[in-house]
Design a protein around this ligand. Structure first.
Ligand code: GMT
Length: 381
């Protein structure tokens, strides 16, 4: 198939899922066209059957904000027509699903109707999409899609609860490259980070408010206060990094915390981790937690959103109520102090990550494309 994939070029989240899906489909001999406003962070290898199309945002003095959605719709229409796309799959509803609808209308008379599939990822429903400034357009654009998927059961139910969606939403969970995200010996790196054999606690995110990065530091402070000799590695960057740095200074733990910024090879950092903290205030899946589990790292997380579909309480780590810092600290200390418990949870974490193996879920998307396309042409096997 000729497949168009639209995404944000992000270091984490939907941009990663979209790009890894594109690479997986290309490895199965599909021709894949990726559309975005910058080259996606994970598009880090050359594959002859992956083409990257950067949205051409020509501006004009009249515009304070160039109309990205229109430029994207224009590119979509061109690719549908000239690259003969068999399916256009957009990741994150805003504004991608709306641009896809516009492209579909532009081509209504010209080209056979190409299935538009929208994958809902998270804040496109729970935060941005629910904002009155966008809500009606998001509702309309999801309903106009030919197929709709969500990355967790939680997000599916949340979409039905918040919007008037008339379509069936299929859940296809996020996935992981088990080969890339597996624990490897990084003795030199570990020695450099913790020369005295300290425990390594890791957090990875885009440091947005929903990720609760200052609370990560507060939990770590309590771990240190319990007498555990530990280091905290904060991977990523974003709006709340300064708040997290101030929290370090307030709590007097700066000498034990390293802000590493955005890292391409996050799997190397996870390979020296003893514990992963993700206290998010809103998380429809928690891809970062899955990446940690795949590297055999137990996870302490909040119990909101889709996190309980990934991190299993008492098996792969522990889950606590939102903002219950004491709970997260107690469970973190329990795991770090008990070698046997840690080893069991590390093994369980990797085992559970195998459920989300990349090739199985790429195939689920392939089958879904066929199902939606045949449903539109009325063809059935
Ligand atoms: O909302 C963000 O923080 C970014 C967003 C995205 O689309 O990149 O992340 C969402 O999608 C990820 C991939 O499906 C999920 O793993 C995240 O849980 C989800 N983030 C939130 O729901 C906050």
């Amino acid at each position: 198939m000729n497949i168009g994939i639209v995404c944000y070029p992000t270091f984490g989240g939907s941009g990663v899922i979209a790009t890894e899906l594109a690479k997986g489909l290309a490895q199965k001999d599909h021709n894949v066209h990726i559309l975005s406003y910058a080259r996606p962070a994970r598009l880090d290898t050359f594959q002859t059957n992956i083409a990257y199309h950067e949205v051409d945002l020509s501006s004009y003095p009249l515009f304070e904000f160039p109309p990205y959605d229109l430029a994207l719709a224009n590119l979509m229409a061109n690719l549908i027509q000239y690259e003969k796309l068999d399916v256009l799959h957009v990741h994150y509803a805003i504004p991608h699903a709306t641009s896809a609808y516009l492209a579909k209308q532009i081509l209504a008379e010209k080209a056979a109707h190409v299935p538009i599939i929208t994958t809902l990822h998270g804040t496109d429903i729970t935060i941005v999409g629910s904002d009155p400034s966008y809500k009606q357009v998001v509702d309309f654009s999801i309903n106009q899609s030919d197929g709709v998927t969500a990355v967790s059961e939680f997000l599916k139910e949340e979409t039905y609860r918040r919007f008037d969606i008339k379509k069936e939403i299929k859940v296809i969970p996020n996935f992981i490259d088990l080969e890339r995200f597996k624990r490897t010996k990084k003795e030199h790196f570990k020695k450099a980070i913790c020369p005295d054999g300290e425990k390594v606690v890791v957090h990875v995110s885009n440091f947005r408010e929903v990720k609760r990065v200052p609370e990560v530091v507060s939990v770590f402070h309590r771990i240190v206060k319990s007498g555990i000799d530990a280091k905290l590695l904060m991977v990523g960057d974003g709006p709340d990094r300064k708040k997290a740095e101030s929290r370090c200074r307030e709590l007097g733990v700066c000498d034990k915390v390293r802000f590493l910024g955005k890292q391409e090879q996050v799997e190397e950092v996870l390979s020296i981790a003893d514990l992963f903290l993700i206290p998010s205030g809103s998380e429809t899946f928690g891809l970062a937690a899955l990446e940690a589990m795949s590297c055999s790292v137990p996870v302490v997380s909040s119990n909101i959103g889709g996190l309980p579909e990934v991190n299993i309480h008492g098996e792969t780590g522990y889950l606590c109520d939102l903002d219950d810092i004491d709970c997260m600290a107690e469970y973190s200390v329990k795991i770090l102090k008990d070698e046997k418990l840690h080893a069991k949870m590390a093994k369980n974490a990797r085992k559970r990550a195998e459920i989300f193996e990349l090739s199985r879920l790429v195939e689920e998307y392939e089958n879904y494309y066929e199902e939606v396309a045949s449903g539109m042409t009325g063809k059935s096997d």
